[in-house]
Design a protein around this ligand. Structure first.
Ligand SMILES: Cc1cc2nc3c(=O)[nH]c(=O)nc-3n(C[C@H](O)[C@H](O)[C@H](O)COP(=O)(O)O)c2cc1C
Length: 427
């Protein structure tokens, strides 16, 4: 087992969500340390750590923080993306449930680095039960002087507001999230301008995933170099992966970045269920290209290695499929999801995913022809890079990769029904 417990170290501590146990375990020392550093030094430490955003895109966190124009005479905001909508991904949930102070401390440090007095946790509607846990922890932090005015007597002020969403996948996209937070419909905004310059209420805003922010106290406590050394040169640290599908032990596991995917499946996951053969893996949550067993053997759990086998690390939802899986059905399930979750704002995504659904339904009914596979690929080509936000890409990457890697699962579905069933009208 190569489990590496940094973010998850306190998950089994009794009363881990309580501030007293957090303080006993060394909590809030990183905040005290950060407040003695300059804002630039805090940002540089995060840059040094090679911490890449854990929400999916993998953008370097310290670099994003450095884009905020701190000299601008406007409020600055930090927004924690706790929407966790990616199918297959459920790692932010335990981070908030078992160690809310780790996140709160990371947010207070981030707030200090950005010159922000107020931050928000935008949490998905279905995580209703976590709101009271977070709010209790925030109040405890206020009562002990780790949030509010004049934090630890330094004059720095920062507070956190928890804001529930209504449960829409698109509201995980950072600009749709900001619209939703402002009380508007959760439609994505055009980028640029990027939120770091024009974000919440038109002010500079950093949006970071829960896991990204939870890593910050460890980086400040032990240093950026230490954090980077846990992973690879370009993908520093450890990461939580949500393992699901045909394995013996599905669950959330934290491992070092760069850990081999097959070791993860065999060691942490306890191997394939029923001793069956591996057929396919979706490494980063449902929105990344599907890979086959051959690619999986070459893939390590870091951004660069995933890219080298034609996929992405995404948010780290590792979905494992054995030899009995019909990839046509997998893909049909995914396009149904993306079609349902398309916000309808732009034509390529709205009409394209609708059209794809129609072709998939036709093939499933046994009425598919060879030309339908060409049409699917043509439609995917016309959605990719042409939609208003990356939901379009998320919808088509699993499909195009599935047709490329598992053509037999699609071809065997074609020309199954030679004619429409004859129904007698006479009675
Ligand atoms: C359709 C869509 C859904 C997304 N859902 C989430 C989500 O649930 N949680 C999340 O942190 N990021 C999500 N993202 C990524 C965010 O837009 C953004 O990149 C991220 O919150 C930035 O934080 P990070 O740099 O710490 O990863 C989504 C992106 C897209 C396009």
């Amino acid at each position: 087992m190569a489990e590496l417990k940094v973010l998850t170290a306190r998950f089994n501590t009794p009363n881990s969500a309580d501030i007293d146990t957090y303080l006993k375990d060394g909590g809030y020392q990183a905040l005290a340390k950060a407040l003695k550093m300059t804002q630039d030094d805090v940002i540089n430490e995060v840059k040094k750590s090679a911490l890449r955003g854990r929400g999916g895109a993998g953008f370097p966190a310290g670099v994003k923080w450095s884009f905020v124009p701190r000299q601008l005479n406007k409020p600055k905001y930090l927004v924690c993306n706790a929407d966790e909508s990616e199918p297959g991904t459920c790692k932010d949930r335990p981070l908030m449930e078992y160690d809310p102070h780790q996140l709160i401390e990371g947010m207070a440090i981030g707030g200090y680095a950005l010159g922000s007095n107020l931050s928000f946790i935008y949490i998905r509607g279905e995580y209703w039960y976590l709101i009271s846990i977070l709010e209790k922890a925030i109040q405890q932090a206020r009562d002990r002087g780790y949030l509010g005015k004049n934090i630890l007597g330094t004059g720095f002020e920062h507070d956190i507001i928890v804001h529930p969403g209504a449960g829409a996948y698109i509201c995980g996209e950072e600009t749709a999230l900001l619209n939703s937070l402002e009380g508007k419909r959760g439609h994505p905004r055009i980028k640029p301008p990027f939120p770091a310059v024009v974000g919440l209420y038109g002010c500079p805003t950093v949006v970071n995933n829960v896991e990204t922010l939870a890593a910050v106290p460890h980086i400040i406590n032990k240093g950026g170099d230490w954090y980077r050394s846990l992973g690879t040169e370009k993908s520093g640290g450890s990461k939580m992966f949500s393992l699901s599908g045909h394995v013996n032990r599905p669950g959330n596991y934290e491992v070092r970045m760069g850990y081999p995917l097959m070791d993860f499946i065999n060691e942490e996951g306890g191997g394939m269920r029923g001793g069956k053969k591996l057929k396919a893996v979706i490494v980063g949550g449902s929105s990344v290209p599907i890979i086959n067993a051959e690619d999986s053997a070459k893939c390590n759990l870091d951004y660069e290695s995933c890219q080298s086998v034609g996929t992405m690390l995404g948010s780290g939802g590792v979905i494992v499929m054995d030899e009995t899986t019909d990839i046509f059905e997998t893909t049909f399930n995914l396009i149904r999801f993306y079609n349902h979750e398309s916000c309808g704002w732009c034509t390529p995504c709205r009409e394209g995913t609708d059209w794809l659904m129609k072709i998939f339904k036709k093939i499933k009914a046994g009425m598919g022809e060879e030309s339908d596979l060409d049409l699917i690929l043509k439609l995917c080509f016309n959605i990719e890079g042409r939609s208003h936000c990356p939901l379009g890409e998320a919808a088509v990457w699993p499909i195009t990769s599935a047709i490329k890697k598992f053509p037999e699962d699609f071809k065997k579905r074609l020309h199954v029904r030679k004619s429409l069933p004859v129904v007698s009208m006479a009675k």
